[in-house]
Design a protein around this ligand. Structure first.
Ligand SMILES: [Zn+2]
Length: 204
């Protein structure tokens, strides 16, 4: 990490923005124009423990889309992801402690993903989803801090603990298995129904 000091200087802000946009550029294959639209989004930096947010509409004195980026005071921050089964992984209950600069990059990637979902780049929208924002945060941490990534908890594994035996994968397979066995049942029943009908007609 470039720094662990509490102050987020102008230089550090540039680094945070550059790293977040570079990551999303690779992930979504953004062209230069799309990168410029993301870089042009105004960011309102706040040092406080509060929810960050992407605003599509004009508000807070901004003429249009902008990001409210809230980073807690101090040298370290605690990262908590959304709990989304389709993201596969989640931060442990107590969160993961990290330097504020890294935390700010994760929050910015999250909010810029919402910006992409709203179509700020070129009007092409993506479905609004916290699965996508969470997956992007996790993919970024995997790239830049593999040790922190290894501390994430598998949601499949925690599901196995809570409901006794089924993992996420088993759940999916179970659904397929159920569909298959229903099909099998219908296939077995049809000839039997045919025989019954013929027998009834013969007895008439
Ligand atoms: Zn979000």
């Amino acid at each position: 990490m470039a720094t662990t000091t509490a102050k987020i200087t102008a230089g550090l802000k540039r680094e945070i923005i550059c790293d977040a946009i570079e990551f999303l550029t690779t992930r979504y294959k953004l062209n230069a124009r799309q990168q410029r639209s993301l870089a042009a989004l105004p960011i309102c930096w706040k040092r406080r423990r509060a929810a960050s947010k992407f605003y599509m509409r004009a508000t807070r004195g901004y003429a249009g889309p902008h990001i409210l980026l809230c980073i807690a005071r101090g040298e370290v921050a605690r990262w908590h992801t959304y709990h989304r089964v389709r993201a596969g992984l989640v931060t442990p209950t107590q969160g993961i402690e990290m330097p504020v600069a890294l935390f700010a990059k994760l929050v910015l990637i999250h909010e810029l993903t919402h910006a992409l979902q709203h179509g700020v780049c070129d009007g092409s929208k993506r479905r609004y989803s916290e699965v996508e924002t969470t997956r992007n945060e996790i993919a970024f941490i995997e790239q830049v801090a593999p040790v922190m990534h290894s501390r994430l908890v598998s949601i499949g594994r925690s599901a196995r603990v809570t409901n006794g035996k089924s993992t996420k994968l088993c759940g999916d397979l179970k659904i397929n298995g159920l569909k298959r066995s229903r099909g099998l049942m219908v296939r077995k029943l049809l000839p039997w129904l045919g025989r019954m009908a013929r027998a009834l007609l013969a007895n008439r």
